[in-house]
Design a protein around this ligand. Sequence first.
Ligand SMILES: Nc1ncnc2c1ncn2[C@@H]1O[C@H](COP(=O)(O)OP(=O)(O)OP(=O)(O)O)[C@@H](O)[C@H]1O
Ligand SMILES: [Mg+2]
Length: 247
Amino acid sequence: MSETAAPALLCAGVTKSFAGGVEALAGLDLEVPAGAFFGLLGPNGAGKTTLIRSVVGLTRPAAGDISVFGLSAWGAGSAQARQAIGYAPQDVALDRFVPVRELLSLHGRYFGMSRGAARERADEMLEAFDLTAKAASYAHLLSGGMRRRLLLARALLHRPRLVILDEPTAGVDLELRHDLWAYIRRLHADGTTILLTTHYIEEAEALCERVAFIRAGRIVAEGAPIDLRERYDAPRLEDVYLQVVGR
Ligand SMILES: Nc1ncnc2c1ncn2[C@@H]1O[C@H](COP(=O)(O)OP(=O)(O)OP(=O)(O)O)[C@@H](O)[C@H]1O
Ligand SMILES: [Mg+2]
């Protein structure tokens, strides 16, 4: 398969269990087409974050295959696969001892940018996410919403082709949420693949071209919101959600 024809993300039979017998991923299959705006929806504990961490190389699956633009996420090519991904985690973990601007430029260096290019891009991202005033401050001194913006700025810094956002708008105020979505929409319009999780189903319905519902470590329904509403005879995507993953 040529790299351009490959889906942005392909997961086949992915399993992962944790100590205590929790089966977080139970043979999960998922395809995210290149260029898609894709939402992964499901209740707390469904396996969303575990799946994402398996894709970005932080949690090793027990079985199954994961590839990113045709590059194996865990085999040969995993370094290239990781380079293609920008990841904003659900849990904010940012260095306390490095000022905000350096935090971003170091990320650029880590992804192979020259010192000058990384600095320039860091300033550009600070500007884009309205964080310039905090450039010399530290992540733990920012407000919760600002930290979320910083995470996003960091995820996008190296211009990844696949952007994975785990709950990007949790705790973010209304206006900023609109700004973030506008930014992400622009990225998508420029050809970047977006994969996100959110508990705001209405937002997902408005934004995502395709969504997948995950429950107990498996995808239980997948498609364009309009098709899913039809298939489940539901007026809103929320109603589909309640039907396919509700308790
Ligand atoms: N490191 C870990 N050790 C043990 N259990 C874990 C670990 N990480 C996740 N789990 C368990 O795996 C299951 C799936 O968790 P996961 O974080 O993937 O859910 P999620 O869909 O992201 O939920 P949420 O919407 O709350 O973020 C849960 O039962 C969780 O407790
Ligand atoms: Mg999660």
